[in-house]
Design a protein around this ligand. Structure first.
Ligand code: 6PG
Length: 482
């Protein structure tokens, strides 16, 4: 075969990645279950580079240079397993199968192990950046063997987004690590979107701004440390008028957020790892609440209590001051979202022995992906100067960034609570921060209760760590060593 790489599954993401590869001078074999999609791609974009049209999987595999590199871009789950099986049957030891979809990392671990037994490399690669990113430069998070990356890495790096000459693609670690970090990327994406939504809602409901005016605020914010893809597109979405009514588009969109699963997976995995990703969890649950349409329709008119006036809730602060407060609350909460996401990546990496380097993610998320943001440069610096940073909030830069925003953050949460505007992202992130910095937590009481009803024991502040004690609650109340 003469193609350096092949793409099977030519829906939008697959087509755009194939075109991106061809545009970078690679010969790309094309395959789709129904050849009409292959033909359409060649008819519409065949002049962008060198494509090899194939119909059967066998023909597709035969079109590839050895070691063969085949990128699968089909639906996660069963369809992916089917294509993997067909490819594996036609391939030879040393060949590489890449799954560029949003696969669940445990599926990727299973597939990688099974294919390794057969002498094949399996690369679970997270790809972020949506349709435009796929075509013009995504952020790519490939897992799998070091050997596979030697052969595949240069190809992927050539089509990835570039920031300051550095490609937004690097080898993440073994088996499921690439899809794991992509999953957490999406969890952070959910969190960031929820926080932006809360900022919007506060301006809307507390200040009474219309969509256009809020778009202006977000455009301004995009000139500050909040500069990011999501803030930028927020302004564009808010500015868009409805082609049918002429009013703001956002006002005619049903307020029930959907989700395909990666945010939920992030939270499930975090629960298993015991990592408090509270902001991400609130974002997933906020989507669930918004989607509970029957329940919401039935609860219209539920009381909100005695609410202060807006002026009272703002405590003498002006509209402009409140907007600046929201901006700072958004920034601080966003730092927490990333801090929690990086914590989960560290925990996942430790659990699976992946050796994922946080600095790599900060580097490759600076461009191409949905959560790309100016402050990732700062996260990169933080993990460069201290790869073992226990939490992002302890990095000197972020520490003072949060400290500077703290009063604003508290004012925003307080005003929202008093006015009955839900801000689960802002509030839970603040509670997380306060919990993290608390000298004593009520968990001491929890331990006492557990010892009372279940003899679950407790540790003492004045005894060595690991030493367990128990009170003979119903037998005189003396303390014993457990
Ligand atoms: C990306 C996006 C991408 C996709 C999400 C949307 O990084 O390019 O995250 O993967 O848009 O799957 O997820 P939901 O449908 O769950 O919001």
């Amino acid at each position: 075969g003469r193609a350096q790489i092949g793409v099977t599954g030519l829906a939008v993401m697959g087509s755009n990645l194939a075109r991106n590869l061809a545009r970078h001078g690679h010969t790309v074999a094309l395959h789709n279950r129904h050849a009409d999609k292959t033909d359409r791609l060649i008819a519409e974009h065949g002049d962008e580079g060198d494509f090899v049209r194939t119909e059967s999987i066998e023909e597709f595999v035969a079109a590839l240079q050895k070691p063969r590199r085949a990128l699968i871009m089909v639906k996660a789950g069963q369809p992916t397993d089917q294509v993997i099986e067909q490819l594996a049957a036609a391939m030879e030891p040393g060949d590489i199968i890449i799954d560029g979809g949003n696969a669940l990392f445990t599926d990727t671990i299973r597939r990688e192990h099974a294919l390794r037994e057969r002498g094949l490399h399996f690369v679970g690669a997270g790809v972020s950046g949506g349709e435009v990113g796929a075509l013009e430069g995504p952020s790519i998070m490939p897992g799998g063997s070091v050997e596979s990356y030697k052969s595949l890495g240069p190809l992927l790096e050539s089509i990835a987004a570039q920031v300051d000459g550095t490609p937004c693609c690097t080898h993440i670690g073994p088996d499921g690590s690439g899809h794991f970090v992509k999953m957490v990327h999406n969890g952070i994406e959910y969190s960031d979107m929820q926080l932006i939504g809360e900022a919007y809602d506060l301006m809307r409901r507390v200040l009474g701004f219309d969509a256009g005016r809020i778009a202006e605020v977000f455009r301004d914010w995009n000139g500050t440390e909040l500069e990011s893809y999501l803030v930028e597109i927020t302004a564009e979405v808010l500015d868009k008028s409805d082609p049918q009514t002429g009013g703001p588009l956002v006002d005619v969109i049903v307020d029930a957020a959907e989700q395909k699963g990666t945010g939920r997976w992030t939270v499930k995995a975090a629960l298993d790892l015991g990592v408090p990703v509270t902001g991400i969890a609130e974002a997933v649950f906020a989507r669930a609440l918004s989607g509970a349409r029957t329940q919401r329709a039935a609860t219209k008119g539920l009381a909100g209590g005695t609410l202060p006036t807006v002026a009272e809730a703002l405590g003498g602060h002006s509209e402009t001051e409140f907007i600046e407060d929201i901006r700072r609350a958004l920034y601080a909460s966003k730092v927490i979202a990333y801090a929690q996401g990086f914590d989960e990546i560290k925990a996942g990496s430790d659990e699976h022995g992946w050796g994922v380097k946080p600095v790599d993610l900060a580097t490759i998320w600076r461009g191409g992906c949905i959560i790309r943001a100016r402050f990732l440069d700062r996260i990169r610096e933080a993990y460069t100067s201290n790869p073992e940073l226990p939490s992002l909030v302890l990095d000197p830069f972020f520490r003072s960034a949060i400290e500077e925003g703290l009063d604003s953050w508290r004012r925003v949460v307080a005003a929202a609570v008093r006015l009955g505007v839900p801000t689960p992202g802002f509030s839970s992130s603040l509670a997380y921060y306060d919990g993290l910095r608390a000298e004593r937590l009520p968990a001491a009481l929890t331990q006492g209760q557990r010892d009372y009803f279940g003899a679950h024991t407790y540790e003492r502040v004045d005894a060595p760590e690991g030493k367990k004690f128990h009170i003979l609650w119903s037998e005189g109340g003396a303390e014993i060593e457990a």
